[in-house]
Design a protein. Structure first.
Lengths: 355, 323
């Protein structure tokens, strides 16, 4: 079934583009340590808010040359009271490919030094400029993407078992159990989800390590979405439980939990796949919104949402537009996920024509 | 008569729901390790008597169930306590809720005015280029993070100078004539409305299109066509009425989504609404304010669903006969 699905996705023009885009993004994130010229925590305080480096391939004599770049010099103009950046044309810094730069551990395990591209040790190459701390935005985009693009999936893997089991039990047992469980789920759904999200995030204790915080954010995201999902599952279970094979399983004495997990819930698979692919983008958006407000992933860790936090200041929006790049990446990946989700829905549920 | 009975029954159903919501919210907030009165105690302008009164009102030295009971009783009485700056919570909410309602109502009206016709057009021209273009546009609308879009529009506002930056009113609002006030508020509302409109339009248009496609496929529409009715009569007299009913159910969901989406938009535009209030309250760990605005958000959401259901009873006779 999965193969058919992939085939159908490949046949659709939009879905194919979306698959390629996401493929490129995920490969880049996987190789982040290698592709990024700097490590996540590298910062050059003298280079705060530097605009993107200019890369030259034609030198001052009008001849082709190996790509090189100039460093920026930061100056304070006492007349206009502005900080100005100008190129330091006295020294060329050639861009070197596959050469040694800052040491890192590939995937946190293998110590390595080679980067896709770097420049000599005095030179700085900031493809997308730097942030307030003089950190390379391009490198942080890659490291931040690792968090932003996986957190949604992790939340779904927590949420779906809970929702399935909750909906399964509620629908199968029926009666008073069903009543109580569904009222509770409706209660959770009646709180505007973003309000619930920020409140749960705000009660997290402050002194946590970044990986603990990451796990808790995953958990919180999962806590938001399970109720709606459980309700739909319950509706499906209600119709499945009167099927003959469920009666047959009951008559040979299978336990209730076994009937629910082995006989009823597998029938909801295609719905679950559709629901999962359709909800990935909303979790990416939730995480970025939360981090944007400063309640999600915290500095010094990067995520696309918390990188955009700097875009809250007018001066940054106006004079440092490169700080907005994470927003475009969120947009592109959510769009790609949506296109894929639409196609999957068309394939698995040909009757629905929402598209 | 039956309709009224059903409506009353539906209204009564919301009461247990709100009780459950209040319990969930209360226990989540009490999970927090923060002392609910910490901020209040630190504020020098709040007298120790006020702090003492709050402690007694919240019953902080008693078990959590008693605390909940005390909170619930004072909530029903309309006493929501004081904020960390010593203001009355109810007054603060009274300032903010109308603003959020104003924003969301305008957005819902606009999305319906634009989304439903666009959905109909897309379904009638199914699989034509127009339909595809609309699908692409709505996909884009769905994918823009609301806060990012808001930031971009803010950038535009700053650069062009055509729009006021943030807030709901200009500083000299009090001196304006009635017409001037109206124009001023409209001017401030344009950008937040654009953000929320873009984001919620997509879902509505797609749903309308899907409903219409389903209905256009049904036997009675085929029959109407076979009868030789004009295409307009088939679509607007027969198909549309049935396709709109499920949309009304969606109205409640749309309202819920808007309340959430509005929070971030309000934050970016510094719009004085409920979403920004709760955010500020959360950041300052102002427990009374958080709890009260959480409840207000839930009440608004439940009321939104209730209105949608009641509208559905009025427009769809099948529901009345079922009950």
């Amino acid at each position: 079934m999965i193969r058919d699905l992939l085939k159908a996705l490949w046949k659709d023009k939009f879905a194919r583009i979306a698959l390629i885009v996401l493929g490129v993004i995920y490969i880049a994130l996987f190789l982040a340590d290698f592709i990024a010229p700097y490590t996540k925590d590298f910062s050059d305080r003298t280079m705060a808010y530097v605009p993107p480096s200019k890369v030259f391939t034609i030198d001052e004599n009008g001849k082709f040359s190996m790509p090189y770049t100039y460093n920026y010099i930061r100056e304070f103009d006492s007349e206009t009271l502005q900080i100005k950046y100008s190129l330091d044309r006295s020294q060329k810094h050639y861009i070197k490919f596959f050469s040694k730069g800052q040491p890192y551990k590939f995937l946190g395990l293998i110590p390595m030094k080679r980067h896709l591209f770097t420049t000599d040790s005095d030179g700085r190459i900031f493809l997308l400029g730097t942030d307030i701390n003089g950190r390379d935005v391009f490198s942080r985009l890659l490291f931040g993407g690792r968090i932003s693009m996986t957190i949604g999936f992790l939340a779904l893997f927590v949420l779906f078992p809970i929702g399935l089991l909750y909906g399964g039990i509620s629908g199968y047992f029926g009666g008073r159990t069903d009543m109580i469980m569904m009222r509770f789920a409706e209660g959770v759904m009646s709180i505007p989800s973003f309000y619930l999200l920020i409140i749960l995030a705000s009660i997290l204790p402050s002194g946590m390590t970044s990986s603990q915080r990451f796990m808790l954010i995953v958990l919180i995201l999962a806590l938001i979405g399970w109720a709606g999902f459980a309700r739909v599952v319950r509706g499906m279970v209600l119709s499945i439980k009167s099927e003959d094979y469920v009666q047959a399983a009951k008559s040979i004495g299978a336990s209730k939990l076994r009937i629910i997990t082995k006989h009823i819930l597998p029938q909801t698979t295609s719905f679950v796949i559709v629901a999962m692919t359709l909800s990935v983008p909303s979790y990416i958006l939730s995480e970025s919104g939360l981090s944007f407000l400063g309640l999600g992933i915290q500095q010094p860790d990067a995520s696309w949402g918390n990188m955009l936090k700097e875009a809250q200041e007018f001066t940054n929006i106006l004079y440092r537009p490169w700080l907005l790049t994470p927003g475009f990446l969120i947009f592109v990946s959510v769009l790609a996920f949506n296109l894929i989700g639409d196609t999957i829905r068309d394939v698995l549920d040909p009757k629905s024509k929402v598209r | 008569m039956d309709t009224i009975k059903y409506i009353i029954k539906r209204i009564l159903q919301t009461i247990p729901l709100l009780i459950i919501v209040s319990m969930i919210s209360f226990f989540i907030i009490r999970l927090s390790p923060v002392d609910p009165l910490a901020e209040l105690k630190l504020n020098p302008s709040v007298s120790p008597e006020t702090v003492e009164k709050e402690r007694a009102r919240l019953g902080l030295d008693k078990p959590i169930i008693v605390q909940y009971g005390k909170w619930a009783i004072s909530f029903v009485k309309g006493d929501l306590g004081v904020t960390s700056t010593g203001e009355k919570v109810s007054q603060k909410l009274g300032e903010r809720i109308p603003n959020t309602l104003l924003l969301t109502t305008i957005v819902i009206l606009l999305t319906w005015l634009v989304g439903v016709p666009l959905g109909i057009i897309a379904s009638v021209r199914w699989k034509t280029n127009l339909d595809r273009i609309l699908t692409v546009l709505t996909s884009i609308g769905m994918a823009i993070p609301s806060f990012f879009f808001a930031v971009l529009l803010l950038m535009f506002a700053v650069k062009s100078g055509w729009f006021p930056i943030g807030g709901l009113t200009s500083p000299n609002f009090a001196d304006m004539s009635f017409g001037g006030k109206f124009l001023d508020i409209t001017h401030h509302l344009i950008l937040p409305v654009i953000v929320l409109f873009t984001i919620s339009l997509a879902g509505l248009q797609r749903q309308m299109r899907a409903n219409m496609l389903d209905v256009l496929d049904s036997d009675y529409v085929k029959f109407a066509r076979a009868k030789g009715l004009s295409e307009n009569a088939v679509i607007y007299k027969h198909a549309l009425r049935n396709a709109v009913n499920p949309m009304i159910t969606l109205l409640g969901f749309e309202f819920a989504g808007l309340l959430s989406g509005a929070a971030l938009t309000e934050y970016v535009f510094q719009y004085p609404g409920l979403g920004r209030l709760i955010l500020e309250a959360v950041l300052k760990s102002d427990i009374n304010l958080v709890m009260a605005s959480l409840m207000m958000g839930a009440i608004m959401l439940v009321a939104g669903n209730l209105i949608a259901d009641i509208l559905l009873i009025i427009t769809d006779p099948r529901i009345r006969s079922k009950s």
